[in-house]
Each structure stands twice: as C-alpha cells, then as structure tokens.
Design a binder for this molecule. Structure first.
Ligand SMILES: NC(=O)c1ccc[n+]([C@@H]2O[C@H](COP(=O)([O-])OP(=O)(O)OC[C@H]3O[C@@H](n4cnc5c(N)ncnc54)[C@H](OP(=O)(O)O)[C@@H]3O)[C@@H](O)[C@H]2O)c1
Length: 302
C-alpha cells in the first residue's frame, strides 16, 4: 500500500435540492462525488436504491432527499412516511450491505416547541405533525446503517440551487419582499436557529473527514431569534424601508402545527470540530453571495 489516501466516493441523493446542491459542492473538491437528483434516483424504490449503491460502491451516502412539504404531509401522510421513513430504511440497509457510512438529515420539528432553552440531542422528541412524525421515524431507521450520522437541521437557506432557481426558503421570501418594497407578515412568536446550507454542508464534511463519533447531532448556525427579529436584521443589512408586520402563529391557520420554540444547541457538533458561525454572520455571507449572483444574472436584490 502506498501512503496516499485513496480517493473516497460519496453518493448524494436528492442532489438537486437546497441542501443537496450545497453538499455536492462541499465534497466535490476532494471526493469522487456522485450527485443523483430525484429524476435520477427515486429513493422510495428500494430496488433502485440497492442498484445505485451497488453500482457506485460509495464510501459514504448523504441522503438529502426528503418529502419536505410540511403542510402537504397532513393530506398525504403515507407518502411522507414512504419517503422520509421507509426509503431511509432502504438506504440504511443498502449502506450497511455496501459498508458505507450514511449521513441523514432530520428536523427541529421533531420537538413540540414547548421548551424555553435550546434543545439538545438528549431532549425527548414529541412530534406534532405528520411530517415531523415521518422524520422522527427516519431518524430511527437511519440508525440501521453502521455507522450513521443523523443531523437535525432547521430553517435552511442559501443552498447554491436557490441562487439560480425559483425555489425559495423562508429567509429568501423575506429578502425578496424587502428588496421589492412589499410589506411582509412575519411570525413574532416562532424562535428558530436559521441555518446556512453552505455551513451545514461544511460541518458534514468535517464530521465525515474527522471520522467523528457516529450518532445524532444538532447541525445549525449558532444562536436563535424569532422570525421577526431575523427579518429586522435582514431589513437593516439591506437598508430596506418596507414595513414588517408582526403576526402570531395563532392568527395564521396552517394545516400542520409548527413548534413555537425551535432553538437547537449545536454544542455537541461544535465540540466534534464543526465550525458553525452565528446566524447573523451566515446571513451576511449569504446576502453577499445572493447579491453577486444577482449582479451576474443582471438582477439586483436592492
Ligand atoms: N429546508 C428546511 O428549512 C429544513 C428544515 C429542517 C429539516 N430539513 C431537512 O433537510 C433535508 C434537505 O432539505 P432541503 O431544504 O434541501 O429540501 P429540498 O430543497 O426540498 O430538497 C429535497 C430534494 O429531495 C428530492 N426528493 C423528494 N422526494 C424524493 C424521492 N422520493 N426520491 C428522491 N428524491 C426526492 C426533491 O426533488 P424534487 O423537488 O424534484 O421532488 C428535492 O430535490 C431534508 O431531510 C429536510 O427534511 C430541511
């Protein structure tokens, strides 16, 4: 054996999504990176999953595919379970059979939001919606792989895909409204830890490259704020004058319940070596990236 590290191969499912594009970008520099978008791999098809894993023989599988329509899952809970839980079981079994590490993503929505200090990995989940229950089951099934990282992320923004497509996160909708001078209605009673997809992807690389202990991690930017405070921050950074209107979650009747308090503690993943700057720092970098992308395509954000 030479002393060189052989090139390692990563297979990314859901590679066309917000986080998937960021993960592909984060690994591409030094891993043999195979990104499969939905049209290239349907993860609910267990045989197709087995074939893809056998064909590409990855050292690591990063599953970014998910049923992410939180309200839609109330109407079609079986589809949410099929993709967010049973497809994860198929991926975990294929990973185990092929000797691959599995990285899977879950959500702050597994908590009921009744806490008043940031949730840690030791806190007990209590999902309040079909989406949240399907994601919690996915966490359990992911553990079938050996080893597996299950990373809870939340309020994602800024995957490279969103710079160039119409797909927009909550943060993007706030930026769009402010930039267009439109009034924006914002929850003042939902506390979140907004997370930059680019930082999440970099944290995944760190865990995998350092072979951190397998298990469950909260993978979010540091800090927390209400959506209203996040919007105020963005308004200040853009120098926008458009008004922000405070609304409460009780005033807006959405099909799926949202946890009111979703701050997650990232202390465990930071102790494992991941760098997760404050959400304000992340928003600043994302606004710069958005502005540069807009200039390149002939549109401005402000
Ligand atoms: N976005 C957030 O704020 C947030 C918060 C908490 C947790 N998460 C979790 O983070 C992960 C990534 O989310 P994201 O924001 O990147 O979501 P996203 O942008 O909606 O990406 C999900 C990707 O999965 C693909 N997909 C859906 N069903 C599939 C299937 N059956 N087989 C293969 N691919 C499929 C979608 O393709 P099509 O669009 O073509 O169907 C899409 O490209 C998910 O596990 C999600 O639950 C996200």
């Amino acid at each position: 054996m030479s002393g060189k590290n052989p090139t390692r191969r990563v297979l990314v499912t859901g590679a066309g999504g917000q986080l998937g594009t960021a993960i592909v970008q984060a690994f591409a520099a030094s891993w043999d990176t195979i990104g499969l978008a939905h049209r290239e791999l349907e993860i609910a098809d267990a045989r197709a999953v087995q074939r893809a894993v056998a064909r590409h023989a990855p050292d690591c599988i990063v599953n970014c595919a998910a049923y992410t329509d939180v309200d839609g899952a109330e109407r079609e809970p079986a589809r949410a379970l099929e993709i967010n839980a049973f497809a994860v079981l198929a991926l975990a079994r294929a990973a185990r059979a092929g000797g691959a590490l599995l990285v899977h993503f879950s959500t702050d929505f597994v908590f009921d939001g009744l806490a008043d200090t940031p949730y840690t990995e030791a806190d007990r989940p209590n999902p309040r919606s079909a989406y949240a229950a399907s994601k919690l089951m996915g966490e359990w099934f992911a553990e079938e792989a050996e080893p597996a990282y299950v990373l809870r992320v939340e309020s994602l923004f800024g995957g490279p895909a969103v710079l160039h497509t119409a797909r927009r996160s909550s943060l993007d909708r706030i930026v769009d409204h402010l930039a267009e001078g439109k009034p924006t209605r914002i929850f003042h009673d939902r506390t979140v830890s907004p997370s930059y997809a680019v930082d999440v992807a970099s944290a995944v690389r760190t865990l995998v490259d350092r072979r951190a202990a397998p298990g469950l991690y909260h993978c979010v930017n540091t800090g927390a704020a209400t959506w209203y405070d996040v919007a105020l921050y963005v308004q200040g950074r853009l120098g926008a004058a458009a008004p922000l209107e405070r609304v409460s979650t009780d005033e807006v009747r959405l099909p799926a319940a949202r946890p009111k308090f979703s701050a997650l503690s990232n202390a465990k993943i930071v102790a494992a070596g991941a760098v997760l700057p404050t959400w304000q720092d992340a928003v600043d970098r994302y606004l710069s990236a958005r502005s540069s992308a807009a200039r390149l395509s002939g549109f401005g954000v402000n």
